[in-house]
Design a protein around this ligand. Structure first.
Ligand code: FDA
Length: 389
């Protein structure tokens, strides 16, 4: 069988690219070492797949070149994916912040993508890729001991997040082999770990609260969760993509509330109240207790000088944590960095230095926020490449 293109990786991007290129009557070989396609889709969104975000804008993606994703995202939008989902009668709902989930199961998304593939797409699952080479304008891929050839090759093997699901750094190794630069990868959308004095916060493991979390100038207002290793929850996962070792993050435990005004007014209105009892009005009791203890403001509000209460209030609105690390690739939802966008065409995702070599999805240095953005990038980059293979 002669193929027009070989796509490596049958995840979100590879499946979409194979379907779209197949619809253009391209003969496609789609290879994955896993024994079933779209494994990350299946576990995503708690099994319901947060398949896109209606608020998709390029500013919600991180990359060494923040403009790179604009072209692909502009040409394949959340509306395009929603139309596809609707066409298959898959019902969905918006959970929060533009995040769209299947009403039923993530399996529907994988089934839909497979259904989208015409007969010109061949799936080769459950066998390792042992060699990839390029000569005389053809790529040769050895899979399961057999060499397959095609004039186009698409790298869609994702990033190394969650290795126990079969994620690997294969895309980076292959890209390097073909002379493409890699922007240093690191775990993202990942829980942060605490050490030193902050270790005591681990006693709050399981407690969550609405927060406003800051790292430098970047701010997310969502829930934070204390864990037995440190901090998690959507606000922390979001900020983790912006955090670098050695930096501090600030957590506002009273988002939207000016804690200074609240404390001073409470002192006048309820002089016998304590900081803890005021915090109890706004926060889970265990968190209120721990924060009050750490603020070391003992006695009633009436016992405190205003200055002392204002100091404590400032801390509540911007509590400084210095994480000592992250929970790493084992827990990271995505990987930041990857194949340098400077080496790719933003229109087609084709390598500038090697004709007909493409890279799409998470393998590329484009990483979305939490909330359906990463699948939207997978669909959009795949659609862009599918027009060119
Ligand atoms: P993806 O990882 O999907 O696919 C890569 C494929 O390549 C896999 O099938 C893998 O088996 C294969 N492969 C890897 N190495 C190989 C090798 N050496 N040889 C052959 N095949 C190889 N995003 C979002 O937008 N909404 C959400 O709800 C979630 N939820 C979520 C939950 C969890 C737990 C995780 C880990 C991640 C998410 N994500 C998400 C992120 C999302 O899953 C991710 O960004 C996309 O799956 C990336 O799509 P790709 O196709 O690029 O890689």
């Amino acid at each position: 069988m002669n193929y027009d293109a070989i796509i490596l990786g049958a995840g979100a991007a590879g499946l979409m690219c194979a379907a779209k290129a197949g619809q253009r009557e391209r003969r496609i070989l789609l290879i994955d070492h896993a024994d079933e396609p779209g494994k990350k889709i299946l576990i995503s969104g708690g099994g319901r797949c947060n398949f896109t975000n209606s608020g998709t804008v390029p500013e919600r993606f991180l990359s060494a070149n923040p403009h790179f994703a604009k072209s692909a995202l502009g040409r394949y939008s959340p509306q395009d994916f929603i139309a596809l989902v609707d066409g298959y009668g898959i019902t969905w709902h918006e959970k929060t912040l533009g995040q769209l989930f299947c009403d039923g199961s993530a399996r529907q998304i994988v089934a839909m993508l497979l259904e989208e593939m015409p007969d010109s797409v061949t799936l080769n699952l459950g066998e390792p890729i042992t060699d990839v080479s390029h000569s005389d304008g053809k790529f040769a891929v050895t899979v399961g001991g057999v060499v397959r050839h095609a004039p186009s090759l698409v790298i869609a093997t994702g990033g190394p997040s969650i290795p126990k699901m079969g994620a690997t750094s294969f895309a980076y190794d292959l890209a390097r082999k073909f002379g493409l630069k890699i922007i240093e990868p690191r775990p993202a959308l990942v829980p942060l770990t605490l050490g030193g004095e902050d270790v005591l916060f681990r006693e709050l493991s399981g407690v969550a609260a609405p927060t406003r979390v800051r790292c430098g100038k970047t701010v997310f207002e969502e829930a934070s969760l204390f864990t037995h290793r440190g901090l998690s929850g959507p606000a922390i996962l979001q900020i983790s993509s912006y955090w670098r070792h050695g930096e501090a993050i600030g957590i506002d435990f009273l988002p939207g509330i000016d804690a200074s005004t609240t404390m001073i007014e409470a002192k006048r209105a309820r002089p016998k109240a304590t900081v803890r009892s005021i915090l109890n009005d706004h926060l889970p009791a265990r968190l209120a207790g721990e924060l009050a203890e750490r603020l070391s403001v003992t006695g009633t509000l009436a016992d405190q000088a205003d200055r002392r209460l204002i100091e404590a209030a400032h801390q509540l609105n911007d509590w400084c944590f210095k994480p000592n690390g992250t929970e790493g690739y084992a827990k990271a939802e995505v990987t930041l960095g990857g194949i340098d966008t400077a080496t790719l065409s933003q229109r087609t995702m084709e390598a500038k230095s090697i004709a007909r070599l493409f890279a799409i999805g998470e393998a590329v240095d484009v990483t979305g926020w939490l909330g359906g953005y990463n699948f939207q990038w997978a669909w959009a980059s795949a659609a862009a490449a599918a027009e060119a293979v």
